[in-house]
Design a protein around this ligand. Structure first.
Ligand code: 2AM
Ligand code: CA
Ligand code: CA
Ligand code: CA
Length: 269
């Protein structure tokens, strides 16, 4: 992607993300209409839809040739990553948004011919914006994030993962995952995939594992983590395909392979 074009898209995306965040903050006390999707825990509110529509309207007007892949149905039916594709989650962590009114994020990734060029993750309530452009480093607000190049062992690591990994599940023997959480220094479940990617990038988590994420959950995070030298794959170590759902493992480079070979592979179903 042309550098001037990318710079323009980055500034445009950043402006829109900040505006959308302000809309959410201003309406945070408004009554919510909460609907469910695939199951009783899969929530969507009018705010998810309104914020997605906010982006779709602006992107389609400014860049009619770009494709838009997003969660709540206002985007395109994207079947190829050719050209420029915006991958958007208007609210990542909807359950946190509903229950806690915090710990959620807006996630915007821009890919060009399948390559992640721009990533933005906005922690709306804390007003913290994580950004990256490919080969240009990653930032937390205006502060450049350091590269993840120090050595770190699993027993000094903190991992983001939810409790379902420790219950009987279809992916990995829960006994093996229990061994992993006993080995590491700590485990956390934040409930927002985008924020967990951002935490890996800023080094407050050494890794994050998820059982089933969609492209809009990971697109921005992959760009940001990649810029600090982190590694993202599915739990079998294979690159993610941004046209489908998959398991996710995003990590500090020192622990990525270890988690796969010493734990996941030993219990993989
Ligand atoms: P969401 O809030 O945008 O739906 C919660 O553990 C994390 O997993 C969130 O990032 C959430 O994104 C994501 N997620 C993906 N699929 C989900 C589903 N079917 N139900 C609930 N959360 C889901
Ligand atoms: Ca959702
Ligand atoms: Ca999401
Ligand atoms: Ca969402």
């Amino acid at each position: 992607m042309d550098i001037d074009m990318r710079e323009e898209l980055f500034h445009q995306a950043k402006t829109w993300v900040k505006e959308a965040g302000e809309i959410i903050r201003n309406r945070i006390k408004d009554p919510l209409t909460i609907d469910t999707k695939s199951d009783a825990k899969d929530l969507v509110t009018q705010m998810d839809r309104a914020i997605e529509y906010f982006f779709v309207k602006r992107i389609k007007e400014a860049y009619p040739s770009h494709q838009l892949l997003s969660e709540e149905g206002y985007g395109d039916d994207v079947t190829t990553l050719d050209g420029t594709v915006w991958i958007i989650d208007p609210i990542d962590g909807t359950m946190n948004f509903v229950q806690q009114k915090r710990n959620f994020a807006i996630s915007v990734g821009v890919f060009h011919d399948g390559i992640g060029e721009i990533g933005l993750i906005y922690n709306v309530i804390d007003d913290v914006l994580y950004t990256a452009q490919r080969n240009n480093g990653a930032f937390k607000n205006d502060q450049k994030l350091p590269t993840l190049n120090e050595q770190v062992s699993l027993d000094k690591s903190v991992l983001g993962l939810n409790h379902f990994w420790l219950c009987e599940n279809r992916l990995v023997d829960e006994k093996v995952m229990q061994k992993l959480v006993k080995k590491v220094r700590g485990a956390r479940a934040y409930g927002s995939a985008a924020l967990e990617f951002a935490f890996v990038a800023e080094g407050t988590l050494e890794g994050y594992l998820a059982m089933g994420l969609a492209p809009w959950d990971v697109a921005a995070g992959m760009v940001i983590v990649n810029e600090v030298g982190g590694v993202t794959s599915n739990i079998d170590g294979i690159s993610l395909n941004l046209l489908q759902k998959d398991t996710v493992l995003t990590c500090h480079p020192a622990v990525h392979q270890k988690i796969i070979t010493e734990y996941i592979q030993k219990g993989r179903k």
